[in-house]
Design a binder for this molecule. Sequence first.
Ligand code: GRF
Length: 200
Amino acid sequence: MRFAVLVSGTGSNLQALLEAQERGEIDPANIALVVSNRPNVPALARANRFSVPARVVDHTQFSSRTAFETELGNVVRGHGIQAVVLAGFMRILTETFVSQFPNRILNTHPALCPAFPGIHAPKQALDHGVKVTGCTVHFVDAGVDTGPIVLQECVVIEQDDTPESLHKRIQSVEHRLLPEAVQLLADGKLIVDGRRVRQS
Ligand code: GRF
């Protein structure tokens, strides 16, 4: 199954996927394309280091969200992509793009969905005073971090955590869960039944 990974910045989750692929851990998934909505981000350099084709579709160059997503869809489909991973991709996607890959787009969110959707989830968790947060890998629908949940894992909050220290511990979990979800999807082992995702 040919995957595109959409990124906007650092790309540590992309790196985790590429390393897992190099170790042969996510077969039969093939990370075949990286697309960034921002030029010159570290994630693009990571794609280059692993010799994965990388493209930029700069959202600031489009007059509307629909025009941006139409071009994004064209680029992705032009590379024969069958599934998509959002790995720190900081644009909300609407039906224009999402409807092209039903139950074929995965996102990683640094909180236990449905808690703390949107950006700054680790800060939201600390501000709320929860004792446990975590990471969620879910299918993407047209909402914000609302799609059916594939994998979730807890991260315990420590007394002296800052948003940064907490996010770092959550990311080390993401780096394990995201490749696992990609492999499950590529293996055809994820069955979506309404909101529930079962593994066959
Ligand atoms: C991740 O923590 C992800 O959950 C969130 O953005 C962060 C991206 O990190 N959506 P990176 O670019 O993969 O390092």
